[in-house]
Design a protein around this ligand. Structure first.
Ligand code: NAD
Length: 250
């Protein structure tokens, strides 16, 4: 039985020095996202896209988790088998923080995938140059294990299963650092009996009234408050909290 689902986006890794999509001073001022992160771009120029992700992978090597990643790992350790961690992020900061079984909806930078047999394996921070062979089937169609625009995202099925489970178990959803443009997190909150939203600022795509609590501040400073709410939820059966009484704690 899982009682809390954490769902994060690029914002949770911002304090660790990884650009979000919408950060004006970020990576996405330099690149047009559809030129580098789409199925079409990859078909057009395989080497260019592989190199784009090589750079992202190299940048990741010295990045360290922040208080929000560590908070999720701590709650997971304190409440074994009751916490599921789901992220849209392709970085490895949850793993570095000690989280177990994180579902990466959009893949992982530190893994490669064979386009022929579907094998997925760890490559750490190494480059993919386009001549690698799959260690399982020997094919030379090896690529980054990242879901790009206009590609299938098979892990979404596990997210939907976890939301059904959350609904059945009257669980808690914690959403951190996502604009809600890719995933309809506002809809997801309706599955939970208690829900927390943490972003830097209100987002046009998210009606925060659906959430029990919203925290508009950096994930690192929100982390202790989220941890407290999570512990209270998991520890107690106080009806007020479990029934999702609306409150604002910002
Ligand atoms: P987004 O860039 O659309 O939105 C970022 C959100 O994070 C905003 O709501 C913003 O308010 C919030 N935010 C920014 N700094 C924050 C902070 N310090 N603390 C708390 N919140 C903060 O991100 P998204 O919704 O995740 O969607 C973009 C897509 O980009 C995702 O699908 C993801 O796969 C991909 N992406 C991943 C990474 C990564 O792996 N770290 C980085 C960039 C983009």
């Amino acid at each position: 039985m899982r009682n809390i689902v954490f769902l994060s986006g690029a914002g949770i890794s911002a304090e660790s020095g990884i650009s979000t999509f919408r950060d004006a001073r970020g990576l996405w001022d330099t690149y047009n996202v559809m030129d580098v992160c789409s199925a079409e771009a990859f078909r057009r120029n395989r080497q260019f896209v592989l190199e784009f992700y090589n750079k992202r992978r190299r940048e990741l090597a010295d990045k360290t988790p922040n208080a929000a990643h560590r908070m999720v790992a701590d709650i997971q350790r304190e409440f074994p088998d009751r916490v599921l961690n789901v992220t849209q992020n392709i970085d490895d900061l949850f793993e570095k923080a000690g989280c177990e079984g994180t579902i990466h909806l959009h893949g992982e930078l530190t893994k490669a995938r064979c386009e022929v047999c579907g094998n997925i394996w760890d490559i750490g921070y190494a480059d993919l140059v386009g001549t690698e062979l799959c260690p399982r089937c020997g094919a030379s169609r090896v690529r980054h294990h990242v879901v790009m625009f206009n590609e299938q995202a098979p892990e979404y099925m596990r997210l939907y299963e976890s939301l059904d489970e959350l609904h059945a178990n009257r669980g808690m959803l914690v959403v951190i650092g996502t604009s809600g443009l890719v995933l309809p997190v506002e809809e997801f909150a309706r599955y939970a009996s208690y829900s927390v939203l943490n972003n830097l600022e209100p987002q046009a795509a998210i009606d925060d009234r659906v959430f029990s609590v919203h925290l508009y501040e950096k994930a690192g400073t929100a982390a202790p408050k989220i941890a407290e709410l999570a512990r209270r939820f998991l520890d107690s059966d106080q009806r007020g909290l479990r029934d999702g009484r609306a409150e604002t704690a910002s």
